[in-house]
Design a protein around this ligand. Structure first.
Ligand SMILES: [Zn+2]
Length: 515
């Protein structure tokens, strides 16, 4: 059997006729000339009669018949008619013959489309338009020897397994299925072994490699139910692809400890159920998802690695959450200088204090009929640069009215400048001044928040050594939120985790053909 690519290219050339007609594979002009030969011969033999016949404008059939060459002219006229009719007949015969003989057979087409190589070929193709389905049966050449999957040595065919079916990429809008009976070989060294065909692999049951890859790409772009609609697959089939892809990714994943780790919590469902996410800041991937946000949750991740491997961690960014601190101190050598409290989380503590001040003040103002703070919650919580342009004037007006909320807001905004310092000493000095201002503000929630920060200052200051934050984990969080929404809220915790690994794990998900 020839190279399928060659077959395809020749077919392509043959069918690229611009008029949309079936092309001729014989030069028709050469054949058309054949019936003209007797005419040419007679004209050359008697030029005199030729001129008489062609150039006699007033001549009639009678005068021609009466002339000394009338018989010759009459014969020549009939020759012309005969030649023309013969030529037309030849053309029709050629057309008919070409119509009956297709340029490429359906089995050859599918051998090429399925990229089948020796010894495999398509034996039969069945089209069921009503069912929107194409079935292709594949067979191998008789007497061929296959390589043993274990030792790659040629081995004789022992027997054939029962016929199996794989779904392939659709042909136009017809679902396409491939059928074959896979041979088993008898290897002198390894015994009877099943051959893995080139179009499938052992971990893509019921799918060809191309269809499995299409499903993975579709699932990457939309939720499971969307992928089901696009590929006409069932839930179990689509979810099976996703689970297999994650398992494949983990099997290929190299064992590694990130240099910069982000630890973050993620609410899984209502009723305060959490997952702990461990992310690789440099790669921007979720490395591990574990239930709850307890000390043992994070320890479950660290426990996979040796002390030497964990010593490779340079910094861990996390929330000010004592169980995470305890777990990291218990496992990571030199954790005291490696834990960095995430700057966004630190600011969030003060932002929450601002909100408490606002709520209390709004209540007090409302009692006196003052509605100044109504509908302003998000203005105080947002970073100054994020206040929408159309509300800026309104915000400036309220800020100028000497409210407690305005003072609390100014303390919060000034804290953000702390992380812009280059030298730790200067930053520490700035914090000292800020702390003095906050604790003398006579705003109880702000005083409380400032004291919390003071207690954790050592690991807030580590930022100036490692300069990492949970920005990666936060970015992934928004992606995870999207995953959660796409899946209509995972009721099954394991499904939720699998989907996170699929979308955010940075895993190598696609199946590969056997070597
Ligand atoms: Zn073998």
């Amino acid at each position: 059997m020839g190279d399928p690519h060659m077959l395809w290219s020749s077919t392509y050339q043959a069918s690229s006729d611009q008029n949309g007609q079936r092309p001729l594979n014989v030069d028709p002009f050469a054949l058309w000339k054949l019936p003209s030969l007797p005419l040419l011969w007679s004209l050359l033999r008697r030029p005199h009669s030729r001129l008489e016949f062609l150039w006699n404008p007033t001549g009639s059939w009678k005068s021609l018949r009466d002339s000394h060459s009338s018989h010759r002219a009459c014969w020549e006229f009939h020759s012309v008619v005969l030649c023309l009719s013969l030529r037309a007949t030849c053309r029709n015969i050629l057309r008919l013959r070409i119509r009956k003989e297709p340029a490429v057979k359906d089995t050859e087409l599918y051998t090429a489309l399925l990229r089948l190589r020796h010894p495999w070929r398509a034996r039969e193709v069945k089209l069921d338009l009503a069912a929107g389905r194409i079935d292709v049966w594949i067979e191998h050449v008789e007497g061929v020897r296959f390589l043993c999957p274990e030792c790659r040595e040629p081995a004789a065919v022992y027997d054939h397994a029962d016929e199996r079916e794989w779904r392939h990429l659709d042909t136009c809008d017809c679902k396409t299925y491939v059928h074959a009976r896979l041979p088993r070989v008898h290897c002198p060294q390894h015994g009877v072994r099943q051959i893995i065909p080139s179009w499938s692999s052992s971990d893509t049951p019921g799918h060809t490699l191309q269809f499995e890859a299409l499903m993975i790409n579709t699932l990457k772009e939309c939720d499971v139910s969307g992928a089901m609609r696009l590929t006409q697959a069932g839930w179990d089939e689509a979810w099976g692809v996703l689970e297999r892809a994650v398992a494949r990714g983990f099997a290929r994943k190299e064992r590694r400890v990130p240099r910069f780790v982000n630890v973050d919590e993620k609410a899984f469902a209502k009723r305060h159920r959490y997952e702990t996410l461990i992310c690789d800041q440099e790669r921007g991937t979720v490395e591990h998802v574990v239930d709850d946000r307890k000390q043992e949750s994070l320890e479950a991740y660290y426990r996979q690695f040796t002390q030497e491997e964990l010593a490779g961690i340079q910094a861990v960014a996390m929330d000010m959450w004592d169980p995470y601190v305890a777990a990291t101190k218990a496992f990571v050598p030199g954790a005291d200088g490696k834990i960095v409290f995430d700057k966004f989380h630190v600011v969030r503590i003060v932002t929450e204090a601002v909100d408490q001040v606002r709520r209390r003040e709004h209540k007090a103002l409302q009692a006196g009929g003052d509605q100044r703070l109504k509908g302003t919650k998000h203005l105080w919580l947002a970073n100054e640069e994020n206040i929408p342009e159309w509300r800026r004037a309104e915000f400036e007006a309220i800020r100028g009215t000497n409210l407690k909320t305005g003072r609390a807001w100014a303390i919060k905004e000034s804290l953000r400048r702390f992380w812009s310092y280059r030298y730790p000493k200067r930053a520490e000095e700035y914090f000292r001044r800020w702390y003095y201002w906050a604790t003398h503000s006579r705003l109880t929630p702000i005083v409380k928040a400032a004291k919390t920060l003071k207690i954790h200052l050592a690991n807030i200051m580590t930022y100036f050594k490692h300069r990492i934050s949970n920005a990666t984990a936060e970015g992934l969080n928004s992606k995870i939120q999207m995953v959660k929404e796409m899946a209509c809220g995972f009721r099954n915790r394991e499904h939720y985790k699998t989907a996170i690994y699929f979308h955010c794990g940075g895993l190598d998900l696609h199946p590969r053909a056997a070597a």
